[in-house]
Structures are given as C-alpha cells and as structure tokens.
Ligand binder design. Sequence first.
Ligand code: HDL
Ligand code: ZN
Length: 416
Amino acid sequence: MEKTINTPLLPDQIAPVVERELSTLPIVDIHTHTFDPAFGPLLLWGLDELLTYHYLVAELFRARPDLKPESFWSLPKPRQADLVWHELFRLRSPLSEACRGVLTVLNRLGLNPDTDRLETLRTWFRSQTPRQYTDTVFRLANIRKVYMTNDPLDPTERVVWEQHFDRDPRFEAVLRLDSALMKWPEPVSTLRTLGYDVEEALTGKTLAEIRRYLSEWIDRMDARYAAISLPPTFHYPDTDSALTLLYTRCVLPVCREKQIPAALMIGVKKQVNPALRLAGDSLGRSDVDTVEALARDFPDCRFWVTMLSRENMHELCVAARKFANLVPFGCWWFLNNPSLIEEITAMRLELLGLSFVPQHSDARVLDQLIYKWDHSRRIIGPVLARKYHDLATAGWPVTATAIRRDLAALLARDPA
Ligand code: HDL
Ligand code: ZN
C-alpha cells in the first residue's frame, strides 16, 4: 500500500483517486446553522424541517403565485411540508438544487421518495432520536465536525449556554455578531439586559463594554471565530458608519487579542420581501475595496471572507492574492449551486492554489449536511481531478499521498 500511494498516477487513474480520497476525507464544515443536540429544539432535523427550508418556501411561492404568504405561514409545519411536496415534487419535477437535496437525503437514508403522502416517511423519522440521528448524518456525510452559528443575544440559545452542558466535540462554536452590531443603537437594550453598560452614544466606555461582551462570550463558548453578515453597502473606512466603527474598534481588537479569525460574509440585502420571512433576503454587488482596506489596515487580523455576488468572488480571489491575511471560503447561499461551485472552485485553484476553503454547507437542517456535502464532493472532485491531470500532462508526478495532503488542507482544517 505504502508504495502505491507514493507511486505517480497514470492520467486516467487520477479522477478515481481524487474521488476516493474526497469521499473518505472527514470534512470540517466551517459554517452551518446546526446545533449541538444539547440545544434541543434549536437543532432542526427531519422531513418537515427539510421541506420547509426557506429555499424551498421561496420556490413554492414561485410555483403558486396565487398563494398568500400569510395563509402559508398560518398552516402547521407538516401541512406546509405537504404543500411544498405536492407542488414542487409531485406536480413538477424537483429539478432545483434545494429540491434535489431533499431527494439525495432520502436516497442516502435508503427511503423511497416516490409517494404522494408523507406519513410513511414521517414514521421513519419519528423512529430516530436527535443524538442517534446526528451520528447517522455525520457518518453518511463523512464529516469530522461542524461550526455552528451562535448568538448570545438569542434568549432561547443563551439559556442553554448559561447552564452547564457536556459539549458534543463535533459542534464547534462561532460568535455571530449581527444581533450586537447591526442597526445600532437597536442592540443597546438587549446588551444592557445582559449586564453590559452600553449607551446609544459610541463613547469610549460603550466601546469597551462591547469589547467585554465579545471577549466574555468568545471565552464562554470557546468560539473559534467571530462572524458577521454584512450588506453590500458596508464600507471601510466610513467615518459616518456606526457599524464600521463598532467592527474596527471592537471586533477586530478582540479577535486579535483572542487570536481567532474574523469572518466577513458580505452582500446580503436583508428582507427585500419581508412577507417571505427567512426566504426574503436577496443579494447585492459589494465593495471589495473595503475588504482590501481592512486586510491592509489590520495586517495582524485574519479575515475569512465569503461574498454573495458571483462577480465579487473573482474580485475577492484577486484581493486574496494581494493580502495573505484574506482567506476566501465557501460558495455561499445563492452561489451554492453546482454550476457556480464548479466555476468558482476552478477560478480559485487557478488564482490561489490551495490557499482557500472551497466550501461550507451552511446547513440549517441537520439532514442537509448529507446532501450539501454529497453534491459539493461531486463538483469539487472533478474540478480538482482536472487540475491534477494538467500537472500530470506537464510531467509532474501526481500521487495519492499528495492528493490526500492537499484535500486535507482544503477541506479538513480549522479556521486559523
Ligand atoms: O447569514 C447567514 O449565515 C446566511 O447563511 C443566512 O443564514 C441564510 O438565511 C442562509 O441560510 N443561507 O444559506
Ligand atoms: Zn449561514
């Protein structure tokens, strides 16, 4: 075995080896909305959660433009799921990526999706327990661990953090900053209820108290990085922006002190259609000058960056060539589709080599880990195989050992 994995591969051996190494690589998923089972109902899983994923809700309203959002939201969740299944899966071929994902999950679980009524499937899911099903999902998806999205200002989540509970080591914590920094001074009252003596005016004392909030909660959660989603209008420098001031005077100093990355997720146009609730967000082209300026002015901060506009992803690659403290990651949200993952991954390999993170799942429902990684492996693998094939064609000895090493660097490392 030792000899073979160090033996240069023949060109037509490369793709199967990449596929094997990628399927057996236990992945580190650096951004999800899943929760350690200790958080109880915050961990979403099962068929009705899969079918009422906000991506599918948006697609339901396209299939049924006559459907009034409020009448949909007034239905109990199983009835919402029934409607999604009927409209998107039974009356039409489920060709969208979000629809396909549900089918991949059911298929990998060995369940038959060819049914008009969901009760048989629901009976199977009811036979699962959260912890046992978590084991099943991690095994089928071949994931080593995931990073959560944690918000201490969410009372339903905070109450769990304030008790002692045994952490599941497969669920790392991330401090999410949106609720504490966006739309200042809206967060003032909530921060004050947590005991942070902040005021509307961004005085030195208020900034210090916000840094204390960040520092204390990074410690309490053992947060491995701090993340924020930002609108296309976010700029740095911007002397008129409370958000920019809070980010540069509070978040970056604390991330530097804690030696953790600062994750920027840029390009969300929040609630362009509020009636769709979580499905109501859109995207906008953002300012990569801002990303370059942050990387330049904060050289000892490490910025993990993903952007929502396809055009921004190319600009971000070039910016990352200029600043080693920029780490592009993932094909986020509206970019998490096979055609775009393929384009973006090839572009990143060509511009950045292995110095980026190709994907995160953004899974909101635990079961989605199965399909989001199944689908991404099917795209990222062949793109990588073509690049290794190019090396072999140029006379470079491509080995299984090297492929295994490179894949681990791309998809099995912690944010650092
Ligand atoms: O802000 C984010 O982390 C986004 O991923 C949103 O949660 C979004 O609703 C989403 O789930 N995208 O996949
Ligand atoms: Zn997300």
